[in-house]
Design a protein around this ligand. Sequence first.
Ligand code: AMP
Ligand code: MN
Ligand code: MN
Ligand code: MN
Length: 274
Amino acid sequence: MIDLHCHSIYSDGYLTPTELVKKAQNLNVSMMALTDHDNIDGLEEFRNSAIEHNIRPINGIEFSTKWKKYDLHILGLNIDPKSPHILEAIARNCESRDLRAKYIAEKLEKIANVENAYEKAREIAGHGFIGRPHFARVLLHEGKVKEFQGAFTQYLGKGKKAYMPTNWESLEYIVNAIVQGGGQAVIAHPYKYRLTRTKLHELIKAFKEANGKGIEVVSGRMLKSEIIELAGIAQRFGLLASTGSDFHGVEVSEILPGKQALLPENVVPIWHEM
Ligand code: AMP
Ligand code: MN
Ligand code: MN
Ligand code: MN
C-alpha cells in the first residue's frame, strides 16, 4: 500500500511521526509521505523511523494557498526540506496562521466565553503550529460543543461565527516554491472545495501554468464515482495521480493509513516519477 498524505502532531494529527510509521507498517504500507500542514518539523523523525520500519519515506508538506476566493491545499511531494524556497513559503504562511489564531481566539473569548483561547489552543497543539482543529478541541474540552465536528459547523467553518480568513500565499507562489524546492506539486482532495466543474478546470489550467504536476485522485473517504471522475480529469489534463488517506488520527479519521481505495488503472501514479 502507498499513502502519500498523512498528518502528525507537528500539525493537526494525533500521532508522533514514529507512532504514525508503526501504525502504517502494521497496515502494510510500503511507501509513505508525511504531509503536515505548512510545516516540515516532523520530517526528520519520520524519515528515520520509516527507514527503520522498511517504509520508503517521501518528504512532504500540505501547503495552504489562496486561489480566487478559495482556500486550497497543495501537497508538495519529494521536497528538499532545506530549500530556501520551501522555508520562505513556510515562514510566510506560518506568520499568517499565527495572526489568524490570535483573531480566532479573540472571537471565541467574546462570543463563546472561552478564556485564554490562544494559550489553550497552543498548549493542545504543543509544537507551535496552531490550526482550527486545535480550537475545535478547546471548544470540545470546555463543553461549548458536543462533538469535534460541531466546532466547525457552529464556530470555525467558513462563514461561521468565529471564522477568520487567512492571508495564505497564492497558488502560483506556493506551486513555484514546491517546484524550486525540488518537489512535485499536487492538488489535494479536489472534491473538498465544492468547485463547479468549470472552476475546477480553470484551477487546473492555472495550476499547470504554474508547473503543478499532480492531482489527488484518491484522498481519504471517497465515492467510487468521484474516483472515476477524477481519474478521467487526471487523464484528460495530463496530470499524475496521487493517493493518500489524509489520516490525522483514529479520533477524527475514518480511513487508516494506506486504507484508501486503489487508484484506477487509467492514470499514471505520481510515484512512477519519484
Ligand atoms: P486550518 O489549516 O487551521 O484552517 O485547519 C484546516 C484543518 O481543519 C483541515 O486540514 C482539517 O483537518 C480540519 N477541518 C477543516 N474543516 C473541517 C470540518 N468541517 N470538520 C472537521 N475538520 C475540519
Ligand atoms: Mn488537517
Ligand atoms: Mn487538506
Ligand atoms: Mn491533509
